[in-house]
Design a binder for this molecule. Structure first.
Ligand code: ZN
Length: 505
């Protein structure tokens, strides 16, 4: 009898504890930030920390970036309904709606008939304001994941129409891929946005004059690339916006008594990984981190009411911190020699190919542009021998200069790639796919060699299936501890907001 009584009491205490903890969660956070580093796998985050240490110190170690210091760390699996390797559309559908779907599908089921309600829509229905920011176009898969329901992420115009109808309060970053439709025969999305009550800002002075209270705003960076995305952080001009600025403005405009939900995507981290460009990827992670820092500042003012989550939708590029020819060493400092992104360099290659007579085109002739932007050196055997002698005697500068000199192996790859870049026909076949991945042959060979000199290498130009990290800070952050699926992020965020039932941990 006594045993039974004790069992009853213990059970009652446990049930009370569970109940109390759920009450605490049910209170919900008022401000939720979700940062998504697109394609930002763990090895890339780690490479960024090693790089920061390497440029500041001669000692082995790591310099922490803010979000890896968050008190809660989790891991998510990312496979979708049809493949082990997800794309950004099925990944954001999992995160925003809690459902697995097929690659390319946005917030619809695998049969492409049922539409899923997103967490952003639920938060809006609960009275919160919504912010949706990305360095890529606002109709791109990840930002679209908050408001769009479409069988294909490539239906940019239809997706933009959903943006205009979303009623969300603040969009910022890139522009629109097909503002007048695929065939350029539809009503301009800008006219539709105006009709729906949105103010569209596209320059710095209007941006600076934008003050609270101002609702329904779309901010587009003054400079956009060919896909309506913002340029890479390493190529940014003074008149352009940084992701941190856009985030800070978002906080100012969205703050209200009912709270807000803001998603901020570092979208070109992913694109740099597709192109196997480590310098641009790290540059955009550091820029993304500055945006996270704005949310952390806000959290410090409202620690009981704010939750900051930083995650990635999938890995990309199969980045390995290690390379066959550098053994157990990493020299991440060397990527400092790269001055512009692959995207900006590709333009220089194209210009050269178009404006130089065929019989004048040579790698030697183009070499000053290569050296200026990648810091690679073409040394004579005598120059190499002299430097080797100095390096042997402990001269560190000589060692580094030598390291940036091209080996015969590297030079032969560049000659082959240069010829392919100058050719009218793009190279075909499996070897070309492995060597160049559809990118400009010379540029991608240069970014590969840059990575290799730093001791890193890539295995694919596509996404990868590895689990991605989740870093959480603030109220209800403990929900994000552990190893779970990307669909669980939806339930956990919903619980953290106090919008839904408790999640079993
Ligand atoms: Zn992605």
């Amino acid at each position: 009898m006594f045993g039974k009584m004790r069992y009853f009491l213990v059970t009652a205490v446990i049930l009370t504890m569970v109940f109390v903890s759920q009450i605490a969660f049910a209170a919900g956070v008022k401000y939720l930030f979700l940062f998504i580093g697109d394609g930002m796998g763990l090895s890339l985050v780690h490479a960024t920390e090693l790089y920061l240490n390497d440029i500041k110190s001669d000692t082995i170690g790591k310099e922490r970036i803010s979000f890896t210091k968050f008190p809660v760390v989790g891991l998510t699996s990312t496979f979708d309904a049809g493949r082990y390797i997800t794309d950004s559309a099925s990944a954001i559908t999992a995160i925003m709606s809690g459902h697995k779907t097929l690659d390319g599908v946005l917030n619809m089921d695998t049969g492409k008939t049922e539409k899923f309600t997103t967490l952003a829509e639920e938060a809006k229905a609960a009275g919160m304001k919504i912010g949706d920011l990305s360095t890529v176009s606002l109709d791109h898969a990840t930002p679209a994941g908050l408001y769009a329901h479409n069988p294909s992420r490539n239906n940019y115009y239809d997706i933009a129409l959903e943006l205009a109808k979303s009623g969300f309060n603040y969009f910022a970053g890139g522009g629109f891929r097909q503002p007048t439709g695929k065939e350029k025969d539809k009503e301009s999305i800008f006219d539709i946005l105006a009709r729906e009550g949105y103010t569209v800002i596209q320059n710095r002075s209007d941006f600076e004059n934008l003050t609270s209270p101002k609702d329904k705003v779309v901010v587009i960076n003054p400079v956009l690339d060919s896909e309506a995305a913002m340029p890479y952080a390493i190529d940014r001009g003074a008149e352009e916006f940084s992701l941190a600025e856009l985030t800070r403005k978002g906080i100012e405009l969205l703050d209200n008594p009912n709270g807000f939900f803001m998603m901020v995507e570092g979208g070109k981290i992913d694109w740099a990984c597709h192109a196997n460009d480590i310098r641009s990827a790290i540059g955009d992670i550091l820029d993304f981190e500055q945006a996270v820092a704005e949310a952390v500042k806000f959290y410090e003012k409202h620690p009981e009411e704010t939750l900051v989550i930083v995650t990635a939708d999938h890995g990309n590029g199969g980045l390995s911190l290690g390379y066959a020819l550098t053994g157990y060493n990493l020299y991440l400092r060397r990527i400092e020699n790269q001055k512009i992104s692959y995207e900006a360099f590709e333009k220089k290659v194209k210009d050269y190919a178009q404006n130089t007579p065929k019989d004048k085109q040579s790698l030697k002739d183009f070499w000053p542009t290569v050296q200026e932007n990648f810091g690679f050196l073409g040394l004579t055997p005598e120059e190499k021998a002299q430097l080797e002698e100095k390096a042997k005697n402990g001269d560190k500068d000589a060692k580094e200069t030598l390291a940036m000199a091209l080996t015969d192996y590297e030079l032969s790859r560049l000659e082959k790639a240069f010829a392919a870049s100058m050719s009218e026909e793009s190279p075909k076949g499996d070897e070309a796919k492995v060597l160049y991945g559809g990118y400009d042959p010379l540029t991608v060979t240069l970014t590969h060699i840059m990575g290799e000199k730093a001791g890193i290498s890539w295995t694919t130009y596509s996404h990868t299936a590895d689990p991605t990290p989740v870093f959480a800070l603030g109220a209800n952050a403990e929900l994000f501890n552990g190893y779970y699926d990307n669909t669980d992020l939806y339930a956990k965020m919903k619980q953290a907001l106090g919008l839904g039932v408790a999640v079993t941990q």
